[in-house]
Design a protein around this ligand. Structure first.
Ligand SMILES: [Cu+2]
Length: 177
């Protein structure tokens, strides 16, 4: 009985560690896609809910030529210009691989789409093996998790929670030593 539980935990830990290693594709704006939005910080706010690593991919959902995607400098994002176009995707549903650490900024280049249409997004990319800087980024005012009732047999693994996997993995290693 205890043995099979141990194997299950080991498998779940391995699955959790594999999450760190593999690239992730993120749909920009989730169900909203890449389009006009009410808030000037809508896409920035969306970006802040994720930790982007080198190798991850942004999936912009839109129809060209109604919209496009231009990667530009931070200054250009702020002023909604594309004087310093780094790369552009003039076709539908661009898949953008994040290939370097640091600032990445995107706008729709069509007149009035970046402003006042708010089709702009700034984000930061960390190294592929960076597991430390994830923790503050993923903590914006979420509701308390319902499953964490005390006395609920030790710990609860939640799917999709890389942070939880990491914590459990550390505890597991501590037990072994
Ligand atoms: Cu547009």
């Amino acid at each position: 009985m205890a043995g099979s539980e141990g194997k299950l935990i080991t498998v779940m830990l391995l699955a959790g560690m594999m999450q760190f290693a593999s690239a992730v594709t993120y749909t920009v704006g989730d169900a909203v896609g890449w389009t006009f939005v009410e808030s000037a910080t809508f896409y920035d706010d969306w970006a802040k809910t994720h930790t982007f690593r080198v190798g991850d991919e942004l999936d912009f959902q839109y129809s060209f030529p109604a919209h496009d995607v231009f990667e530009v400098s931070e200054t250009d994002v702020a002023s909604c210009t594309n004087a310093t176009t780094i790369q552009k995707w003039e076709f539908s549903n661009a898949k953008v691989t994040l290939n370097s650490v640091g600032y990445h900024g995107y706008i729709c280049s069509l007149p009035s789409h970046c402003s006042p249409g708010n089709m702009k997004m700034s984000l930061q990319v960390v190294a592929a093996d960076d597991t430390v800087s994830q923790q503050p980024a993923d903590a914006p005012a979420g509701p308390p998790t319902a499953g964490d009732t005390p006395g609920n047999s030790g710990f609860t693994l939640k799917s999709g929670s890389a942070l939880m996997f990491g914590t459990v993995a550390a505890a597991f290693v501590a037990l072994l030593n």
